[in-house]
Design a protein around this ligand. Structure first.
Ligand code: SAH
Length: 344
């Protein structure tokens, strides 16, 4: 990978500043930004209203690398498309495009691998390689729209990696994504899912970006949650819930809680009661997902079980739904395709 700053990772203000330092007029930055983020060109030479001399200067000042699609799988059941991308350094990540009534939603990765160690998750088993750069997160949107010809109307940061463990690059990505001179996506159409890095949840609340925060909870009990999710040894459920309440107080945004249902682990009526009790006092929504089996673990569930657990929660007055299962025929659960391809 190049040592130069990638031009796709620069906000418009940063680009203006750099071009001014290079002796160029600031309006050139706006033109270049538009080529990159609205017209989405693949090379400097396609920027036809920029002089050849300035294009050469840009080539020597910035890198402009692209992630490369290496496999595209399309579900025959529901149109879900899953794309395996190669990064410039040979790492791989996955991106999933899902179709909903309200439009197409893109699930992007934030890291190559993950170091959070959740027991049920395929992304973590092969370990952590590195953080993704802002242009590699943005590139998943640009390349996927190009490759599939579909238009993405919302983004979920729920692919490979822990987005709050790559805080600065994720925030930069969000700033560029929502820039009116670029893609101009409202951050109301973005969800960020975290296993619960409490300190970073406070940092995110400070920024008040308007996105939806999703917390991967998976158990209301510290002992069980620590067993399933090692991060719970660092931040206990009580601390996490306090951060969630503060997040709501600061941003006014209702939090979503993810609950991967696992037979015999977190699916009892007591679990349902305890879950409703710890979430009390703030508006929330619980998303129940029947756990996706991975070959290393004996975790199982199914849709009827998820529906039964959901009914228990609803009876207790909770706001809960079962997540639609998409792309079941193409291994759409995060991390599976990357592992198969890299043989890890
Ligand atoms: N690191 C972030 C985002 C990536 S995982 C997080 O932990 O939230 C996205 C979601 O998928 C999380 O809720 C995660 O717990 C869940 N998940 C991971 N593996 C799963 C599996 N095998 N079955 C069901 N959900 C899973």
């Amino acid at each position: 990978m190049s040592d130069l700053t990638d031009i796709l990772a620069m906000t418009l203000d940063e680009l203006k500043e750099r071009l001014t330092e290079l002796g160029e007029k600031p309006f050139r930055a706006a033109q270049i930004f538009e080529w990159l983020h609205k017209k989405r060109v693949g090379s400097f030479d396609e920027m036809t209203n920029i002089s050849a001399a300035l294009r050469e200067k840009l080539k020597s000042e910035f890198s402009f690398e692209h992630i490369q699609p290496v496999r595209v799988l399309k579900s025959q059941k529901d149109g879900t498309e899953k794309i395996l991308y190669a990064l410039a350094d040979g790492n791989h990540i996955e991106t999933v495009l899902m179709s909903y009534e309200h439009g197409d939603s893109l699930c992007v990765s934030s890291q190559a691998g993950c170091r959070m160690g959740c027991r049920f998750c395929a992304s973590t088993i092969a370990g952590f390689k590195r953080n993704l750069e802002p242009q590699e997160i943005l590139g998943q949107l640009y390349e996927t729209e190009r490759v599939t010809g579909r238009k993405v109307s919302s983004i979920v940061l729920m692919g490979i990696g822990e987005p709050l463990d790559n805080f600065d690059n994720v925030v930069k990505f969000l700033k560029i994504l929502s820039s009116p001179e670029g893609t101009n996506m409202s951050l109301r159409h973005v969800s960020l899912s975290t296993c619960g890095l409490v300190d970073r949840i406070y940092d995110l609340a400070e920024l008040d970006l308007g996105l939806t925060l999703s917390i991967s909870l998976h158990s209301p009990y510290n002992a069980k949650r620590s067993e399933l999710m090692p991060i719970n040894n660092r931040y206990k459920i009580e601390e996490l819930m306090k951060a969630c309440r503060d997040y709501f107080a600061k941003t006014g945004r209702r939090i979503s809680f993810e609950y991967a249902l696992i037979e015999g682990e977190n699916d009892s009526p007591e679990d349902a009661k305890a879950l409703v009790s710890i979430l009390g006092g703030m508006p929330y929504h619980i998303n129940i997902i029947p756990v996706n089996s991975i070959k290393e673990r004996n975790y199982r569930s199914d849709r009827p079980a998820a529906q039964r657990f959901c009914a228990l929660l609803t009876e207790l007055g909770a706001n809960a739904t079962v997540r639609r299962t998409l792309g079941a025929d193409i291994n759409a659960a995060c991390g599976q395709l990357r592992r198969e391809y890299e043989g890890i």
